[in-house]
Design a protein around this ligand. Sequence first.
Ligand SMILES: [Zn+2]
Length: 59
Amino acid sequence: MAWLHVRAPRGASPAATSVCACGRDRYATGQRKVLALIEDHAAHRTVCPLRSPERRNAA
Ligand SMILES: [Zn+2]
């Protein structure tokens, strides 16, 4: 399972952590990088080896 933590304290740069059971562990700070990480996290959910049952037949 993948999960995403985003923190955006006032007066400080936002930070995000993207973790997945497949071993993915990403951390980003700064609004631009956090937004990029959020998009990357969403994209990962479609390509994660643990979440792609339809590719089970790939030999
Ligand atoms: Zn994954």
